[in-house]
Design a protein around this ligand. Sequence first.
Ligand code: HGY
Ligand code: MN
Ligand code: MN
Length: 414
Amino acid sequence: MNLKIQSSRLESELAELAEISAIPAPEVERIVFSEQDMRARVWLKGLCAAAGLEVREDAVGNTYARWQGSKPNLPAIATGSHIDAIPHSGRYDGTVGVLGGLEAIRALKESGFQPTRSLELIFFTSEEPTRFGIGCLGSRLMSGALDASADLKLGDSAGETLRSVRQGAGFIGDLSSTRLPVGHYAGFVELHIEQGPLLEQRGIPIGAVTAIAAPASLRIAIEGHGGHAGAVLMPSRHDAFLAAAEIALALEAAARSTGAIDSVATTGICEVFPGLVNSVPSKAKLEADIRDIDGARRDGMITSLERACTDVSARRGVKVTTEVVNRDDPASCDSGIVGTVTTVCESHGIACDRMVSRAYHDSLFMARICPAAMIFIPCRNGVSHRPEEYSSPESIATGVLVLAETMARLAQGD
Ligand code: HGY
Ligand code: MN
Ligand code: MN
């Protein structure tokens, strides 16, 4: 197979997409259903149409661009990722999988390849948790990990429900129609930057992902007594922020004490009320992100956190409530597809390491409805979710080549 990856075309598209942002370059922000997200969707759908793909959108905005195979009734082979971007982030997280997936399909088309199974590019709605507080919203609905009750249960910081926001963006229809049955796809392969340092440190151009870590996130609300910063003496204080601080440190200790490097925990959100220099905090809100490749170890960290909340509440005389937002199982990638990725690499003399993904991705949920795997490429210093995020044109082109040939083999039933 003589595929030509048009790297300059892809690089200019990545650059163009990065400009569709709520904040000036080099930072990127593209929140789901924001004006920038909607502009990016229109632009991307135009690229897919120009590539001769049939484009459709579902009731939550998951977008599908299909190249009909010679046997269109067979379950298709899909690829894709996300274009939403958290505030103050970079230009490669997710977009490499969407624009790289499009480039892989275009390269196959331009090479004269004719797929038996259809090939489909997906860009998933809201992979990031930024607006609705839960990640992988689109692929959760697709896979049944979330049901249509999310329409009114999920909302944003402006108090708008998912339903009102998605319908305001033009995505109408019953949310349950987003569900795809097991077997709808014969396989799903996602190209993504590693978002960690291992490939770069080892000088390996391709990672064949064998498993995806189990993410969980919790909301913790603390209610103390507050009061005047001068008049309330220390022995009679019930300071909500200091209680929150102890809980956050207990979470860190829980992650550090499992003995496994795969255990990670982050308190990424901390809100203090009333947030005034001369007023003892009466309320605090934390959001914690807890992950491990081992589900039981991840659950152990959650238990430690909940125990710390009970202990701090009693000792400091504050009320602490916890809410589990999501608590997902880890996913194993399909060994057959992983094997195809490594075979393609071998055929090109490209070094390839098998590895786990500590970030979550839409593949985590696609794995519930079809054989799924991921292809990682290196990113500089392992940096991601920051404007310094970078992956070289060579790394991206190599990832697209491996993705294209993997999809071609899967589409022919190799
Ligand atoms: O947080 C994650 O793992 C993903 O980048 N949303
Ligand atoms: Mn991300
Ligand atoms: Mn991502």
